[in-house]
Design a protein around this ligand. Structure first.
Ligand SMILES: NC(=O)c1ccc[n+]([C@@H]2O[C@H](COP(=O)([O-])OP(=O)(O)OC[C@H]3O[C@@H](n4cnc5c(N)ncnc54)[C@H](OP(=O)(O)O)[C@@H]3O)[C@@H](O)[C@H]2O)c1
Length: 267
């Protein structure tokens, strides 16, 4: 099991997982806790986050810190609080909220600004805060940014993601080069279709738009994935765990698809 393999390398590590009240972030927090990490979880809704914290506390040491990832002051506070609670940060596992679906022509100025804040400004700004914190504490840490397959191929009806997520690839490569000499590794994950509330919503929307059953909409989607099914949050988290562990000590600047071979491009 990858979790057992990662265990001695992650035990006691101080990890911040953002957007973790459900979905991919929750799965990442759960997997890191099972591997023995000390974890701060975050999301914007204090009640949902507290509930997630309660569930996750069965797995290990977890501290919820509510903060909106699209607000500068919240990001400042989130990183400061995490450092205060854990005594520093060894790994950032960055997940963000889901951008609303829609085509390019449906998106106006405010939608583009919100999308850029959610998918470009937020990860870049928190990366700087965490990097400064690691440098000050002389921590040879790492960051893992969960983005999307849209970082490589646009997906119809996810226009803002297709435009703004590409920035995460640039962020990972830029930071990996700049922070490598300081012993800090930076990597990215490109999740495909993973079984979370977000994906259930996409399937439901398509079923209602095309007047087909949910089962048919799901089967059509799974038919486009060579492995033949949706992924699980845990399957994404296990790759994050590997990238955050010393097993990946020579891996930095990598962008790893976890998509059941959905992507067609070779680049
Ligand atoms: N699921 C997939 O198949 C898939 C594939 C590729 C990429 N992604 C991307 O991966 C990310 C997570 O996806 P998911 O499926 O786990 O989504 P999800 O089930 O919709 O969960 C989103 C999480 O983000 C939190 N969140 C939303 N807005 C936030 C904000 N402003 N500040 C802090 N936390 C916020 C939510 O918590 P609160 O409501 O409590 O704030 C929740 O914990 C999204 O960016 C999504 O686009 C997902």
């Amino acid at each position: 099991m990858p979790t057992q393999l990662g265990r001695p390398l992650i035990t006691g590590k101080r990890v911040l997982v953002t957007a973790a009240s459900r979905g991919l972030g929750f799965g990442a927090a759960e997997t890191f806790l099972e591997a023995g990490a000390r974890v701060v979880i975050n999301s914007s809704n204090p009640e949902r986050l507290a509930e997630a914290g309660k569930q996750l506390s069965k797995k290990g040491e977890v501290h919820p810190v509510a903060a909106d990832l699209t607000r500068e002051k919240d990001l400042d506070r989130l990183v400061a609080e995490t450092t205060r609670i854990l005594g520093g940060i060894d790994s950032l596992v960055y997940v963000t909220g889901s951008p609303p679906a829609g085509t390019f022509l449906q998106k106006g100025y405010s939608e583009w600004r919100e999308a850029a804040e959610l998918m470009t400004v937020s990860p870049a700004y928190i990366a700087r805060l965490v990097a400064l914190d690691m440098i000050e504490g002389k921590v040879k840490g790492n960051m893992v940014f969960l983005g999307s397959i849209t970082m490589r191929e646009p997906v119809l009806n996810l226009a803002t993601s297709g435009v703004c997520r590409i920035a995460v690839s640039g962020l990972v490569r830029t930071l990996a080069r700049e922070l490598g000499p300081r012993g800090i590794r930076v990597n990215g994950i490109l999740p495909g279709y993973i079984d979370t509330d977000r994906t259930k919503g996409i399937v439901k929307e398509r079923a209602s738009k095309e007047s087909i059953t949910l089962e048919k909409a799901l089967a059509d989607l799974e038919g486009q994935i060579p492995i033949g099914r949706l992924g699980t949050a845990r399957e994404v988290a296990q790759v994050a765990l590997f990238l955050a562990s010393d097993l990946a000590s020579y891996v930095s600047g990598a962008l790893v698809p976890v998509d059941g071979a959905y992507l067609r491009s070779t680049g």
